[in-house]
Design a protein around this ligand. Structure first.
Ligand code: HEM
Length: 294
């Protein structure tokens, strides 16, 4: 972000200031991931366990790596999955619970949907719901998509061009230029979403039978589009649905200071970073639910 590349290059060469801090931070993150891998190797349980890292470890044995290269490969996988998968889903859920508090009608419809699901399934606790059960939560799926339309966890995405190019609309992009798009701005464009684009309306994602209808990824680039699209999209929905169902089953959530009502959505409390975080976090009061049929 420095105005002249020579500034950061000099700092990096001399190992001073934020370049030094950056190098140290990378070392800390790498060490953390390496420790996870080494401790798993010591336990020697990755052939019998089926978590994600165990699977990567088991399959990487046959890839012809030297030991240290294999560990570095696994280290990069651990880091990319933690970075890509943890803060993105928690950011999405933060805005989701904020919006739900400001839209009690939607909250009610979500409760009603999983109440129906629980009564038609043989499971007694939402945490035991299977993949297909969660898949059938159409309204919840729509509400999560709608929440991410207005508050995309990755609000702006950038690409650096490797060569001159011309975009489909005729725009010229030169080699070495940055090309950015804002999923946040696109989610609020009347041209794409109609005159009610500023409203939180999960119904816009449902057909007449209440079945979720996925939309064009270029209209909704929350998980990016085309090449290098998010690999964890389905997993993210699954995780978020499980968390929402488990939390709402157990608690009534009250947002301190009030949630995302239409009035508050005009000037939402975001702070812009790589992710669209909520300024000062989401403060809530949890009340244990007495009667927990759902
Ligand atoms: C709401 C949750 C999530 C959102 C909004 C999201 C969004 C994105 C976006 C925008 C990208 C493209 C980044 C880029 O190339 O500039 C991406 C890539 C990626 N995501 Fe996600 N993500 C989410 C959850 C997850 C989860 C849970 C996982 C894994 C468990 C995951 C794994 C990945 C991976 C591996 C990539 C890199 C794909 C590649 O470069 O080929 N994501 N995600």
């Amino acid at each position: 972000m420095s105005p002249l590349p020579a500034v950061w290059k000099l700092k990096r060469f001399l190992n001073i200031g934020n370049e030094r801090k950056y190098k140290e931070a990378i070392k800390t993150v790498n060490q953390f991931a390496m420790d996870v891998i080494k401790s798993k190797e010591e336990r020697n349980d990755y052939r019998t366990h089926d978590d994600l890292l165990s699977r990567f470890m088991a399959s990487s044995w046959d890839m012809g790596f030297e030991d240290e290269d294999r560990r570095k490969f696994l280290r990069d996988i651990v880091i990319s999955f933690v970075l890509a998968g943890k803060d993105s889903t928690s950011t999405a859920l933060t805005w989701f619970f904020w919006l739900l508090d400001g839209h009690p009608h939607c909250k009610q419809l979500i409760r009603k949907e999983f109440s129906t699901l629980m009564s038609s399934s043989h499971h007694t606790h939402p945490l035991n719901l299977a993949f297909d059960d969660l898949k059938n939560l159409n309204y919840l799926h729509a509400a999560l998509s709608e929440s991410m339309r207005l508050f995309p966890p990755v609000p702006i995405n950038s690409r650096l061009t490797v060569d001159d190019d011309v975009l489909p609309d005729g725009t010229y992009v030169g080699k070495g230029w940055f090309a950015d798009y804002s999923a946040y701005a696109m989610g609020r464009m009347e041209r794409l979403w109609g005159p009610d684009c500023r409203e939180f309306k999960p119904e816009r994602w449902l057909d007449g039978d209440g079945v979720y209808q996925p939309l064009d990824q270029y209209k909704y680039p929350v998980f990016h589009g085309g090449f290098r699209m998010c690999l964890g999209k389905e997993m993210a929905y699954l995780q978020m649905k499980s968390v929402v169902v488990a939390v709402m089953h157990e608690f009534e959530i009250e947002v301190i200071g009030g949630g995302g009502t239409p009035e508050k959505m005009v000037d939402p409390p975001y702070s812009l970073s790589l992710l669209l975080s909520m300024k000062n976090g989401l403060h809530v009061r949890l009340k244990k639910r007495q009667q927990r049929s759902v």
